[in-house]
Design a protein around this ligand. Structure first.
Ligand SMILES: Nc1ncnc2c1ncn2[C@@H]1O[C@H](COP(=O)(O)OP(=O)(O)OP(=O)(O)O)[C@@H](O)[C@H]1O
Length: 84
């Protein structure tokens, strides 16, 4: 079985292209919880995982909506944690 240890998201939605390692999300076994305020980027993380594993873009993202737009803003703020 394969698993993903971490994902670094840059230049996608609220994740700026030059966000550095701050945008690295690590995954833990057996469970990773992603928590954060509304609009902090939780769904974006899931959509990035889907894109990385299947190549499928989120619905309605054609035309660049999946790509970071500095005019929209930068506010990703989430926490990940594992509970056994
Ligand atoms: N093209 C873009 N460029 C920059 N930021 C964007 C872009 N598209 C969306 N955003 C921002 O990304 C954020 C949306 O993130 P997301 O939907 O992943 O958050 P969420 O944590 O899942 O929110 P909720 O809890 O409300 O479902 C919003 O703050 C929005 O302003």
């Amino acid at each position: 079985m394969s698993s993903i240890e971490k994902i670094l998201i840059r230049g996608i939605r609220s994740f700026e292209a030059d966000a550095g390692d701050a945008a690295t999300i690590s995954f833990y076994s057996p469970l990773t919880l992603i928590t954060g305020h509304n609009g902090s980027g939780k769904t974006t993380i899931i959509e990035c995982l889907k894109y990385a594993t299947t190549g499928e873009l989120p619905p309605g993202s054609k035309g660049g909506a999946f790509v970071n737009d500095p005019k929209v803003g930068y506010n990703f703020c989430f926490e990940t944690a594992a509970h056994v």
